[in-house]
Every structure is written in structure tokens, then in C-alpha cells.
Design a protein around this ligand. Structure first.
Ligand SMILES: Nc1ncnc2c1ncn2[C@@H]1O[C@H](COP(=O)(O)OP(=O)(O)O)[C@@H](O)[C@H]1O
Ligand SMILES: [Mg+2]
Length: 218
């Protein structure tokens, strides 16, 4: 089983004095959803960016599969992918092209990539008639599902989600929550969800809380 382990992670932004994260220790297990809840400014996004390999901690270590993560770009390429509140889809590419993008990067032949992308879109409940639309012509809930399909196309083991339901109504929040649970429990992904919404936090197998840069097991 591949676990992600955070060991004594501390973080401070460059040119600032105050530590944002203090000695964070946590284990994220394969096939589970972990939620990290906390108030605005608690350091949730900062922690998630470290988990996603976007920046190095000031001190401490990330271990994946019992091995320290030293090459962040390889880790980002092969292990982790991130979804966010603002979906971050390519605005000038269609829904299908957005999902094909990571497959093209991995040099999948074009026909196969399109087939695979369609299967992924189907698995997140996106109707065929939306494939050729630009993201702006979709609802927020649909855009988030396309973002999840694109994330799945990278085939990453870890899915790091920053407020993935932050812009969604209750019904769409439930759809995304169920999808994230399915990815963990069926597809054996390691899902980490940052949220300020207690209802979203509660759906997780393990619930953590971040308060003033300290992580507490709930
Ligand atoms: N780029 C940055 N430079 C300096 N400080 C930052 C930067 N981004 C965030 N911070 C500070 O780090 C703290 C944690 O922010 P953040 O991780 O965004 O919190 P959350 O996601 O929980 O709302 C806040 O005090 C915020 O002001
Ligand atoms: Mg945030």
C-alpha cells in the first residue's frame, strides 16, 4: 500500500516571518478520503500546495511509498494532481480537449486518447452533448466534474482537492462528494480534501482540523 506521510512539516512564505504551518505530521492512506477542515487563513491551501508538490517545506519531509520525495517535478508528473474551487479548465479548449490534454502529454495516440477521455467523462456523469462545448458554457457542477475527469486522465495516485465544492450548491456538492468517495474506495486513490464546509468534511474516512497552522486529529 502506498501511503503519503508528512513528517514534521513547517512552512513560512518567502520574505515573511511568521510560520504558517507548524510541525505537521499526518498519514494519508491509499483508498481513503481525508478531509482537512479549518477557518479561512488557517493554512489549508498552503498545506495542500505542499502536498501537491508545488513548493518545498521549509523543514520536514514528504514521504511517498516510504521514500522521501526529493524530485518535486517528477512527483507532480507521476503521483499527484490537484483540483480547485475555480476548476482551472483551459477556457479556449472544449470539454473533450480539456480531458484529452494530459493523455496527449503522456503521448497516447489521438484516437485512443479521445476514447479514454470519453469514458472518463461518462464516469463522472457528463453527457455526450457537452463534449464540444467550451467550459464557460457549463454549470459550475459540470465544470468541476470535467476537472475531476481531467485529473483522472493524469492517472495520479493522490488527488488533492482545494475547496472542490466551494462554488457549488448543495445538490452539486453531494455529487462531487460521492464522486471523491468513489475514487478512493473503488479506484484506490488517496483523496485529500480541504474544505471549510463541515458537511463535506464529515463525509471523509478520516477528519483532520487545521487551526492556526497546527493539525489536529478529530
Ligand atoms: N503568497 C503568500 N505570501 C505570504 N503569506 C501568504 C501567502 N499566501 C497565503 N499567505 C498567508 O498564509 C496564511 C494561510 O493562508 P492559506 O493557506 O491560504 O489559508 P486557508 O486556505 O486556510 O484559508 C494566511 O495568514 C495567509 O495570509
Ligand atoms: Mg484556501
Amino acid at each position: 500500500m502506498s501511503d503519503l506521510v508528512l513528517r514534521n512539516i513547517c512552512y513560512r512564505y518567502p520574505k515573511t516571518r511568521q510560520m504558517v504551518l507548524h510541525e505537521i505530521n499526518a498519514t494519508f492512506r491509499e483508498g481513503t478520503v481525508t478531509s482537512i477542515r479549518g477557518q479561512s487563513g488557517a493554512g489549508k491551501s498552503t498545506l495542500l500546495y505542499l502536498i501537491a508538490g508545488i513548493d518545498h517545506p521549509v523543514s520536514g519531509q514528504l514521504l511517498w511509498d516510504n521514500t522521501p520525495v526529493t524530485d518535486l517535478s517528477a512527483y507532480r508528473r507521476n503521483v499527484v494532481s490537484i483540483i480547485s474551487q475555480s476548476y482551472l479548465l483551459f477556457p479556449t479548449r472544449t470539454v473533450l480537449e480539456n480531458v484529452c490534454y494530459p493523455l496527449h502529454l503522456k503521448k497516447h495516440p489521438h484516437n485512443e486518447a479521445a476514447e479514454e477521455a470519453k469514458q472518463l467523462l461518462q464516469s463522472v456523469g457528463i453527457d455526450k452533448k457537452l463534449y464540444d462545448r467550451l467550459p464557460e458554457k457549463l454549470s459550475g457542477g459540470e465544470q468541476q466534474r470535467v476537472a475531476i475527469a481531467r485529473c483522472l486522465a493524469t492517472n495520479s495516485k493522490i488527488i488533492a482537492a482545494d475547496e472542490p465544492t466551494g462554488n457549488l450548491d448543495e445538490e452539486n456538492t453531494q455529487i462531487i462528494v460521492k464522486l471523491l468517495q468513489r475514487l478512493a474506495h473503488k479506484n484506490k486513490k488517496t483523496v485529500i480534501v480541504v474544505t471549510h464546509d463541515p458537511a463535506v468534511a464529515q463525509m471523509a474516512d478520516k477528519q483532520l482540523q487545521l487551526a492556526a497552522g497546527n493539525l489536529i486529529d478529530e
